[in-house]
Design a protein around this ligand. Structure first.
Ligand code: A2P
Length: 281
């Protein structure tokens, strides 16, 4: 379908959009963060960790009344086996898309272009023993998918999810997610009881008091993380990394990983770590 076929003046929620999917649930985590689930196109196959373009119709053109799709890249936060799709988003009050998207309700429609892509996938990493998932803010979304993916537990002895946010309330989505993985009966049935012992959750905050304060980059550099987790350090033989946050964060983590001898990989050339920026944030 072309963009033109989406032209209409009906309210967004009632329009039959191109590539439309229906919102099934919405959860607001604080005044800046929300997650939502939508129906999954029957034909959509993706690898846990990938992203798709999603959005809504933009405002009508002042003269023609035409509405063009307003799309942004969003990591799929649900695993590949889930029958619905989950997304985790920031709310930017003057953001063209998220100022509207934050108001979606169950039953509303969103646009979802079913072309998943991305580098935060198992295929882009060489085999290893320990998988580090480094996230800031909404950068936890692709890892929400990967820690619910059985292959993650098949491929690694230990999975360490680090999540750094400014405030404690921004950790809640990840905290509940990790709890849900630890008690997930389906995963437990598939992977065997105790699979979740492999998953280590390491949340930190930078601007509000919490049990572990500081940027993960600083806590890696001064050795705090390794001391806390009883790990010697990072090694290209055993450690693999996936990184998802702001550009400066990604750059700083890359320096640390490269400093330890790990190399950046890609789908076409797997290596020891992969990086993607958290798109809307
Ligand atoms: P800080 O509060 O010290 O800036 P943001 O909301 O700006 O995207 O940041 C999300 C979290 O990521 C914050 O806790 C922030 O810490 C942290 N952060 C931002 N930039 C970096 C960086 N270059 N290295 C490590 N952590 C960072």
């Amino acid at each position: 379908m072309t963009e033109q076929t989406a032209v209409t003046e009906q309210p967004v929620s009632k329009v039959i959009l191109p590539d439309a999917q229906t919102v099934t649930s919405v959860k607001h985590w604080n005044d800046r963060l929300f997650s939502f689930r939508v129906t999954r196109p029957a034909s959509l196959r993706f690898r846990s960790g990938e992203f798709v373009m999603i959005g809504l119709l933009g405002d009508p053109h002042p003269e023609t009344g035409k509405q063009k799709p307003l799309l942004r890249a969003y990591s799929i936060a649900s695993p590949a086996w889930d029958e619905e799709l989950e997304f985790y988003s920031i709310k930017v009050q003057d953001g063209p898309l998220t100022s509207k998207l934050q108001h979606i309700q169950p039953g509303d429609q969103i646009i979802l272009r079913p072309k998943p892509v991305g580098t935060l996938v198992h295929d882009a990493l060489l085999p290893g023993k320990r998988l580090w998932l480094f996230a800031t803010g909404t950068g936890i979304a692709p890892f929400a998918s990967l820690i619910r993916e059985p292959q993650t537990y098949e491929d690694y002895d230990q999975i360490i999810l680090t999540h750094t946010t400014r405030e404690v309330s921004e950790l809640q989505y990840g905290k509940e997610l990790v709890e849900s993985v630890r008690t997930d009966e389906l995963l437990s049935e598939l992977m065997g009881e105790g699979f979740a012992d492999k998953l280590v959750y390491y949340p930190t905050t930078t601007r509000e008091e919490s049990p572990k304060m500081g940027r993960i980059t600083d806590l890696l550099k001064d050795g705090t993380v390794f001391k806390d987790l009883g790990i010697e350090g990072l090694s290209p033989e055993t450690d693999r990394g996936m990184v998802c946050g702001s550009l400066p964060f990604n750059k700083d983590i890359m320096e640390i990983l490269e400093g330890a001898g790990l190399r950046e990989g890609a789908n076409s050339e797997p290596a020891e770590f992969v990086v993607e920026k958290a798109f809307v944030g």
